[in-house]
Design a protein around this ligand. Structure first.
Ligand code: GDD
Ligand code: MG
Length: 361
């Protein structure tokens, strides 16, 4: 059996963070996102996976290397983006065995073994995993019959097309080789807009497995922060090489956290990071390796990547800061704010809602 993770998207909605770090490897609790999908494959007994790449493939290889989460990694680098279907065909060539496919930007607690068992029990040619969301318009809407067969697949439907349905494509597929070979090699093809509707039209044994657990697609800065909040809330925090140095603060062994630092929610402090005196963390915060937080800073729901420097007395809320960026002393930011790699906010920078200040101008 072959495992393919689609990791070729540009992650445009996560810009500027994804300008020089592709979405599939953005850090989640200081580990690349792909590692979480690889762990799901490892739990189902896979020993190898192919990463299907096209945007910044070298960066992905640099971060992931040849082995991760106990799996050997192979790389399929498209000469040009082939779309989700073309990419699977390209990565799983020759099409001579069952293929398991993951979208590279999802975080979930899916039991892949249960999906494979369902696939076999149904005698399915293709199985798709579904999840339920409030607003299906940003996803692939899937209509199923009572027997679990897929009756319709509608990518990014308008509200008027949803008909009250909430079951969407969760971005995990099992595909038997005779169906995979319906996709021509080397040709651009969307698995959602072309391949799935074709299976429905042909009346192929195309089944849906409904996942009732946790699922999120990390497509925007807001969802990226939410995924951190959820991970920290839903799972016991056991990070290798970290220990709880102060209540709620899980620090890597060589990190330095000043005495008296206060955490009102879970905080992860990466390798070599330093947290100054009088710092207060509200809700959750994740500091990447080598970050420094100046004395008296207050951070609430922030994720800082490697080497970020926060000056003293800063007040930051909802900030995601890219590698080596700098937020000067007494900076005040609230809301949702993404700062790109190497970005620099001088001391006393601040942000506030415009309110009614220009009313009547
Ligand atoms: N190799 C390769 N080549 N990968 C690609 C390409 C490509 O040309 N285009 C997209 N990808 C990868 C992305 O990196 C991502 O992991 C996955 O394919 C899906 O692309 P997104 O751009 O994230 O799509 P989406 O989020 O709008 O919609 C998809 O995911 C939803 C669930 O998260 C669709 O599959 C929807 O039907 C689905 O509901
Ligand atoms: Mg996506």
């Amino acid at each position: 059996m072959h495992a393919v993770i689609l990791a070729g998207g540009k992650g445009t909605r996560l810009r500027p963070l994804t300008l020089d770090l592709p979405k599939p490897v953005v850090p989640l609790l200081n580990r690349p996102l792909l590692e979480y999908q690889l762990a799901m494959l490892a739990a189902a007994g896979f020993g190898r996976a192919t990463l299907s790449t096209s945007y910044q493939p070298d960066r992905i290889r640099e971060v992931m290397g040849d082995r991760s989460a106990g799996l050997d990694l192979g790389y399929a680098v498209e000469p040009e983006p082939l779309g989700t279907g073309g990419a699977v065909r390209f990565a799983a060539s020759p099409a001579d065995g069952t293929v398991v496919v993951f979208n590279g930007d999802i975080l979930s607690d899916l039991d892949l073994s249960a999906v494979l068992e369902f696939h076999r029990r149904k005698g399915a040619g293709v199985t798709i995993v579904l999840s339920e969301v409030e607003d299906p318009t940003n996803y692939g809407l899937v209509v199923t019959g009572a027997d679990g067969r897929v009756r319709q697949f509608l990518e990014k439907p308008g509200w008027d097309e949803t008909d009250g349905l909430r079951t969407i494509n969760a971005g995990t597929y099992v595909i038997e080789p005779e169906y995979l070979s319906l996709i021509k090699e080397g040709v651009h093809l969307s698995i959602e807009r072309e391949f799935f509707p074709l299976l429905v039209e042909r009346g192929d044994p195309f089944y849906a497995y409904v996942h009732r657990g946790y699922w999120i697609d990390i497509g925007t800065v807001g969802k990226y922060l939410k995924a951190h909040a959820d991970l920290l809330r839903l799972r016991p925090l056991t990070l290798p090489g970290h220990r709880e140095v102060l209540p709620g603060i899980h620090a890597a062994e060589d990190a330095v956290v000043a005495a008296g630092v206060e955490a009102r929610g879970p905080v992860v402090v990466g390798r070599g990071a330093r947290v100054g005196e009088g710092v207060v963390f509200s809700r959750f915060c994740v500091l990447g390796p080598g970050c420094t937080i100046g004395d008296g800073a207050h951070l609430d729901a922030c994720v800082l990547w490697d080497g970020v420097r926060v000056g003293e007395g800063a007040r930051l809320q909802g900030v995601v800061a890219g590698q080596e960026s700098r937020l000067g002393s007494h900076t005040r930011i609230s809301g949702l704010f993404a700062l790109g790699t190497g970005g620099h906010l001088p001391d006393y920078s601040h942000h506030a809602e415009m309110g009614e200040i220009l009313e009547g101008e």
